[in-house]
Write a protein that binds this ligand. Structure first.
Ligand code: PXP
Length: 237
C-alpha cells in the first residue's frame, strides 16, 4: 500500500509572502505526522524562496517518520545532504524563474555529472530518488547511476482529462513496472489532488506519494489534520 509524504513547502511560501515568522512549516510537519502521514517532504531551493536552512535543520530534528529532501544536484546541496543525512533525497531539476518544478530531471543527459554525488549520498546511508518523467530512457539512466528509487512526475497526468488522462495513467503504470523490473523502487508526485490520487495510489508497486499543494490548499478550509486524513483515506481506498 502506498505511503504519503506531505510536501510542506507551501506553508513556508505563505510565511515568506510576509517575510514573517508564521505559519511555521515545522508546526505543519508535526500536525501531518499526528494525522498519520508517513513522511514530510521539503524542497530546499538554491534561492531559499520558501523552505530555508533553519526549517530543514529543525525538520531533521523533529520529524520522527521520514524527511524527504528535494534538491538540485549541486555542490552546495550535496554538501548539505551529506552533513545532515536526511533519510531520503529526491533529486529534482531547478530553474530560478519557475513557479514550481517543471518536468522531470533529464538524468540521461547528466549521468556522468551526477554519478559520484549519488554514490556519495548512498554511501552515507541516504536513499536517493530521481524525479523523472515516465520515460524508459530516464528510468534506464536512473538504474545506471544506481539510484534507489524513481519518483514518477505525475504533472502531465494531473493536468489531463478524458482520454488523455487514461493514456497518461497508463504511462505511469508502465513506467512503474519497468522501473521495478530494473530493481528500482517507485514513488510518484506532482499535481496530485483529491480527485486524481486514488488511481495512482492503486498502481501495482507504488510505494510513496509526495503531495503538497492540494493538501495545504484544503487545509486552509478544513484544517491540516482533516486534509491529511482525507488524503490518507483516498490513498488507502
Ligand atoms: N514531487 C516533487 C519532486 C516536487 O517538486 C513537488 C513540488 O514541490 C511535489 C512532488 C509535490 O507537488 P504538489 O505540490 O503539486 O503536490
Amino acid at each position: 500500500m502506498a505511503t504519503l509524504s506531505v510536501n510542506i513547502d507551501h506553508v513556508a511560501t505563505v510565511r515568506q509572502a510576509r517575510r514573517a515568522l508564521e505559519p511555521d512549516p515545522v508546526h505543519a510537519a508535526v500536525l501531518c505526522e499526528l494525522a498519520g502521514a508517513h513522511g514530510v517532504t521539503c524542497h530546499l531551493r538554491e534561492d531559499r524562496r520558501h523552505i530555508n536552512d533553519r526549517d530543514f535543520e529543525l525538520l531533521m530534528q523533529t520529524v520522527k517518520s521520514k524527511v524527504n529532501l528535494e534538491m538540485a544536484c549541486t555542490k552546495e546541496m550535496v554538501g548539505i545532504a551529506l552533513k545532515f543525512k536526511p533519510p531520503q533525497v529526491t533529486l529534482v531539476p531547478e530553474k530560478r524563474a519557475e513557479l514550481t518544478t517543471e518536468g522531470g530531471l533529464n538524468v540521461a543527459a547528466i549521468v556522468s555529472e551526477i554519478t559520484d554525488s549519488v554514490k556519495a549520498m548512498r554511501d552515507a546511508g541516504i536513499v536517493v530518488s530521481m524525479f523523472i518523467d515516465p520515460d524508459e530512457k530516464q528510468i534506464e539512466a536512473s538504474a545506471k547511476i544506481k539510484a534507489d528509487y524513481i519518483e514518477i512526475h505525475t504533472g502531465v497526468y494531473a493536468s489531463s482529462s478524458g482520454k488523455a488522462l487514461a493514456v497518461e495513467l497508463d504511462k505511469i503504470r508502465k513506467a512503474a513496472a519497468y522501473a521495478k523490473s530494473l530493481g528500482l523502487g517507485v514513488n510518484a508526485g506532482h499535481g496530485l489532488n483529491y480527485l486524481n490520487t486514488a488511481a495512482v495510489a492503486a498502481i501495482e508497486g507504488m510505494e510513496e506519494l509526495n503531495i503538497g499543494h492540494s493538501i495545504i490548499s484544503r487545509a486552509v478550509f478544513v484544517g491540516l489534520d482533516t486534509a491529511v486524513r482525507d488524503m490518507l483515506r483516498l490513498i488507502h481506498g
